[in-house]
Design a protein. Structure first.
Length: 401
């Protein structure tokens, strides 16, 4: 697998020099300053490519921009509202520009309003590093008592409703503010300047839009985008829902094996692929990750390797981010399946045999603490993850294939 590293661009406190020292070969980045729905111009893409090719001191980095994560599909396109057709044309132009710049893998996701969601960004892991965590009760506290979403109570079990009521009653104001910030503004990909009212307005766009409707809209998107991707040599990599179960009454369509199967069946072309995110899919006990990696192997255009520890067998469940080789999923079997897929591609002479992987998330630990890295995207936590994954990949390659 090609070892890559996410870099949030020139303002990322974790620099390209740090990535270089971590021993990565490729960079995953995006034009984070371009709003969803707008065109990424070739000039801006080339500028970023050039930044990736150089270290902060100007010397060559020998790293290339391998994967775009993500070209966001705007909520207008997802919901098919407003001038979504214009925005879809812009999306196509962005893909053409990326293809012209020789960038071949583009990740995206189908989650409305928020990208990924956690309730705690600094939870003390047993190794004393700070981890990302999702707590089902905290989510219900936010949804029912802080946001006050209409109909929210109907989307939780009686037990969760009771626990949320008691927890909310015991919460101080600063705890409520922190929880709100973590959910609506704490993570890269979230709306940094949204107030609670803005957030409610954005959720309201989705009132009455069912899973079936979002699924249909996604297939409409793919029916236009995938044939173009084939033509220009770009592979699309749909990221699973994170967490992989419904939140905030929003439609949710990419959480399970059946969800991905129906997407692959709907538009049956090689460019229609997935980001195999072990951490997202792994937050449901009914997703058997090694099996999914085997079944969907040919569709895997990009891999995120990390491990979550599910804190119960329920769906939804609370979970936290564990060490990369620990947690609830068997990472070694996943790696073995991905390496087997690469071997299959090589022996059948298919292109793109080398699957780009990145160590996804990491604890805030050692020198990360206070260094201001994006939550989950600290230097040393990810360096540890990559080092463990790299060792596992080399050992499996050497001894078991
Ligand atoms: C969590 C995140 C990201 C994010 C993707 C999809 O899973 O670290 O991978 O969800 O960029 O947009």
């Amino acid at each position: 697998m090609k070892q890559t590293w996410r870099w949030y661009g020139p303002n990322d406190p974790v620099s390209l020099a740090d990535a270089k020292q971590a021993g990565v070969e490729g960079i995953v980045t995006a034009l984070h300053h371009v709003p969803p729905g707008d065109i990424w111009t070739l000039a801006e893409i080339e500028k970023r490519k050039n930044e990736v090719a150089h270290l902060p001191d100007g010397s060559p980095s020998s790293m290339v921009w391998d994967v775009v994560e993500s070209v966001f599909i705007s909520d207008d396109i997802k919901a098919q509202v407003g001038d979504w057709r214009v925005q879809l044309d812009n999306y196509k132009q962005t893909l053409k520009n990326l293809g012209a710049a020789n960038i071949r893998v583009v990740a995206y996701h189908t989650m409305p309003v928020l990208d990924w969601t956690r309730t705690d960004l600094r939870w003390k892991h047993h190794n004393t590093g700070l981890a990302l965590r999702y707590d089902v009760i905290d989510m219900a506290v936010f949804d029912i008592h802080i946001l006050g979403r209409k109909g929210a109570s109907e989307t939780y079990s009686d037990e969760i409703i009771e626990l949320a009521k008691a927890r909310f009653a015991a919460m101080a104001n600063d705890e409520k503010a922190k929880l709100t910030h973590n959910i609506i503004a704490g993570l890269p990909g979230a709306g940094e300047n949204w107030s609670l009212d803005d957030f409610s307005d954005r959720l309201a766009v989705w009132n009455g839009i069912s899973d079936e409707q979002l699924r249909k809209n996604h297939v409409d998107f793919l029916s236009e985008i995938i044939p173009l991707s084939e033509e220009i040599g770009v592979r699309m990599a749909c990221h699973p829902d994170d967490p992989p179960f419904p939140i905030l009454g929003l439609p949710r369509i990419m959480s399970t094996k059946d969800d991905f199967q129906s997407m692959f069946d709907a538009v049956d072309l090689p460019a229609n692929g997935m980001t195999f995110c072990t951490g997202s899919l792994g937050a449901r006990g009914d997703n058997d990750l090694p099996e999914l990696a085997r079944v969907f192997g040919p569709h895997i255009h990009f891999a995120h390797l990390r491990n979550v520890k599910r804190e119960s067998d329920d769906i939804p469940c609370s979970f936290h981010e564990d060490n990369h080789l620990e947690g609830s999923s068997n990472m070694l079997h996943v790696i073995k399946a991905l390496l087997s897929e690469e071997a299959r591609r090589k022996s059948s002479g298919e292109g793109a045999a080398n699957i780009p992987m990145r160590p996804d998330h990491g604890h805030e630990m050692l020198g990360d603490i206070g260094a201001g890295g994006n939550p989950g995207y600290t230097a040393i936590g990810r360096l540890r993850g990559l080092a463990e994954l790299r060792g596992a990949m080399l050992a499996i390659q050497e001894f078991s294939l």
